[in-house]
Unconditional design. Structure first.
Length: 61
């Protein structure tokens, strides 16, 4: 599987936002995360790090 989990980094700690993320789409007002079931979440954040081997998407405000 190629999905990743999305985390929001706050005060140096990573809090899970969404599991099994299949799509990451940058938009003007933030980032759209979509999981393998088609559920979407819009987050007002930017990509801080992609750890592809670890299947992690790290976002920051």
């Amino acid at each position: 599987m190629c999905e990743a989990n999305a985390y929001l980094r706050k005060d140096g700690k990573d809090e899970i936002l969404m599991e099994m993320v299949d799509k990451v789409v940058p938009q003007e007002d933030g980032i759209v995360l979509e999981d393998i079931f088609g559920r979407r979440k819009v987050v007002k954040a930017r990509i801080a790090e992609l750890a592809l081997v670890e299947h992690k998407i790290i976002l920051e405000n």
